[in-house]
Design a binder for this molecule. Structure first.
Ligand code: HPA
Ligand code: ZN
Length: 344
């Protein structure tokens, strides 16, 4: 689209909700709603340290990334059978479809499950069946396996070995969990091996960690996208590099708010990233924990920061251009986006 039409501010929320979009940063375990945690706990006979959904929800008062991760890993303890993983992913995919997500690249954390004796096959079987069935919902869904960075390089290698028999069921690898003290270069050799297997490479960097972690994710791990990356604005040379190389940033505004990366949504730096010409995108990260799926992230961020229809178009377009979809599919997504804006 050459010229994005001017859309009156009162029509912007409907456009944000209805425009087709890709979600590139969603941890499937972070989509597990308290109601489903309790239902799965009952189905599997797992005891939870909370008496009900309300008590669990009240525990979702986070002060930083680690305070969230402790509860997030506890919530995942109810997942035991392939059907549990299927049900979790299917619930997310239905929510995504309702938000006009037409492409989802979904992170999963196998080590959270294999450490509890759940087989890699159980995890990947349930998740990949849900992704396949998502075509009925109009969502193209793919999986990205994340290594937990608080664990060792050796454990990451063991996880890769366990996952390789299912190589055709995930498109890439990522790096998540506790960032500070666990720089990307800890996983250099694992990422080298993943590259040799033809996997796409992404990593969380610059969420709480310094710009140096974004540099090393790019230069040492050689990732294609940076997850979060919001700390990059502290380093002008890094901003220039991200813009020049067109490195997508999968920004998660409500996550940043809930984990106190920014004190208020009004202070979020999404506009600064876009104004610097970066390929920034909007994503939900862990929607069950952070109070909103894709459209809530768009609507609340636009309301708080005063972004307009031009930014909306740019963000949705970035999400497709930053995705790992085939070029023909990306072109189709952008055509649908253009049609949505032409009709606005
Ligand atoms: N950061 C790091 N690890 C995570 C996150 C996150 O935002 N969500 C789930 N695991
Ligand atoms: Zn994340």
């Amino acid at each position: 689209m050459n010229a994005v039409p001017d859309v009156p501010m009162e029509r912007l929320p409907a456009l944000l909700a209805a425009m087709p979009k890709a979600e590139l940063h969603i941890h499937i375990e972070g989509s597990l709603e308290p109601e489903l945690i309790f239902a799965l706990a009952q189905r599997n006979g797992v005891a939870l340290p909370y008496t009900d959904v309300e008590e669990l929800r009240r525990a979702y008062a986070f002060t930083n990334l680690q305070s969230f991760l402790d509860i997030y890993y506890a919530g995942a303890s109810v997942l035991l059978q392939p059907q549990d993983f299927y049900d979790m992913a299917w619930a997310y995919l239905q929510r995504a479809a309702a938000d006009h997500v037409v492409r989802a690249e979904i992170f999963f954390d196998p080590q959270t499950h294999t450490a509890r004796g759940v087989a890699m096959e159980t995890v990947i079987d349930g998740l990949s069946r849900a992704c396949r069935d998502a075509r009925q919902l109009g969502v193209d869904a793919e999986l990205i396996l994340c290594f937990l960075r608080h664990l060792s390089e050796e454990e990451a290698f063991a996880t890769l070995e366990q996952a390789l028999p299912f190589r055709d069921r995930f498109i890439g690898v990522g790096l998540d969990s506790s960032e500070l003290g666990h720089p990307p270069e800890k996983f250099t050799r694992v990422f080298d091996a993943c590259r040799r297997h033809g996997l796409h490479l992404v990593a969380h960097a610059g969420e709480e960690g310094p710009p140096a972690y974004v540099w090393s994710a790019l230069d040492v791990l050689k990732v294609e996208r940076i997850d979060h990356g919001v700390q990059s604005t502290k380093d002008p040379a890094l901003m220039k590099r991200l813009a020049q190389d067109g490195i997508p940033l999968t920004v998660c505004p409500l996550s940043n708010l809930k984990l106190c990366v920014f004190p208020q949504l009004e202070q979020h730096n999404l506009r600064e990233l876009l104004d610097a010409g970066l390929v920034a995108t909007v994503n939900s990260d862990d929607p069950a924990y952070f109070g909103g799926y894709m459209n809530a992230n768009f609507l609340q961020t636009f309301a708080a920061t005063g972004l307009d229809a031009h930014h909306a178009y740019r963000l949705a377009r970035n999400s497709f251009e930053g995705s790992f979809a085939e070029p023909a599919a990306r072109r189709r997504y952008v055509e649908r986006l253009d049609a949505a804006f032409a009709a606005a």
